[in-house]
Design a protein around this ligand. Structure first.
Ligand code: 2HA
Ligand code: ZN
Length: 269
């Protein structure tokens, strides 16, 4: 079947990155059934030929007005679609959308009329904010990492920066590669406006936020960057849990060792 990716190699490479990450999410056990979403701003890969493509869906309302998204293009995972299927067939389990000039609606333009993720308003609201800030970030990822969700089931880990401090202290690379740490959003209904608003608020200070008893939401330069930040946090969570399973509370790196890391890597906190 003909695909818009066929004669757009840089766009193809970007969508293939999404497919690669979708495969990782499934293999790691973070993406049961249709769990999780990925949205990538692909506007910079769009040429006149893609701009001229006709809509293959009705005009759909986003539900909010997002002024910085005027004329932007996104690759979005489809609603109800499985990450493990997207890994093999990204254009049958996701689609490319164009935001219309009213900044409040969109159409699907390629390859098939796959309806985007149920969390589209929150993903697009985050993209809108990133563009408003002139941020170089292009990707948002939501997934259900087992260890981090398990840790979100106790109030002590939901206090500001308690989990950040603990996870950073498990292995030096976590602070180096997730230098802003992990924000926390108290439980809200999946897909709700309250969840979107609270997520936006936490993303002012963090690249990755934990949704209590649900999952994580990350933003990144591209989909790999967003995945890597989640991955290093989960690595730390896993080390913590393995130590606990061996019957002891891990010491963690000392404050001095953490400070030394911040200086050596020129980290913000
Ligand atoms: O799209 O994970 O939170 C499936 C979800 C919603
Ligand atoms: Zn979810």
């Amino acid at each position: 079947m003909k695909s818009v990716l066929d004669n757009h190699p840089s766009l193809k490479a970007e969508v293939e990155k999404v497919a690669e990450v979708a495969g990782y999410l499934w293999q790691k056990g973070w993406a049961e059934r249709n769990g999780g979403n990925i949205t990538v701003n692909i506007t910079k890969f769009v040429d006149d030929e893609i701009k001229a493509l006709p809509a293959i869906s009705d005009v759909k309302q986003i539900g909010i007005t997002l002024p910085y998204l005027k004329g932007a293009y996104f690759y979005c995972k489809g609603t109800g679609k499985r990450m493990r299927d997207l890994a093999r067939w990204p254009m049958q389990n996701g689609s490319i959308i164009r935001i219309l000039d009213d900044c409040a609606s969109y159409v699907i333009i390629a390859d098939e009329p796959v309806q985007p993720t149920s969390e589209l308003p929150s993903h697009l609201a985050v993209h809108n904010r990133m563009l408003e800030q002139g941020s170089p970030y292009n990707a948002t990822v939501h997934t259900h990492p087992i260890e981090l969700v398990a840790m979100s089931h106790t109030k002590k880990f939901l206090q500001k920066d308690v989990l950040t401090r603990l996870l950073w202290s498990m292995i030096p690379e976590t602070k180096a590669f997730c230098p802003l740490g992990l924000g926390v959003v108290p439980y809200e209904l999946p897909g709700s406006e309250a969840l979107a608003t609270a997520t936006m608020h936490e993303l002012e200070d963090y690249d990755v936020v934990l949704w209590e008893k649900h999952g994580v939401f990350a933003k990144g330069l591209d989909v790999m960057d967003a995945f890597d930040q989640i991955d290093v946090l989960v690595k730390s969570a896993d080390i913590y849990l393995k130590a606990k399973c061996m019957g002891f509370e891990p010491d963690g790196m000392s404050d001095e060792q953490m400070k030394e890391m911040s200086v050596a890597f020129n980290l913000p906190k």
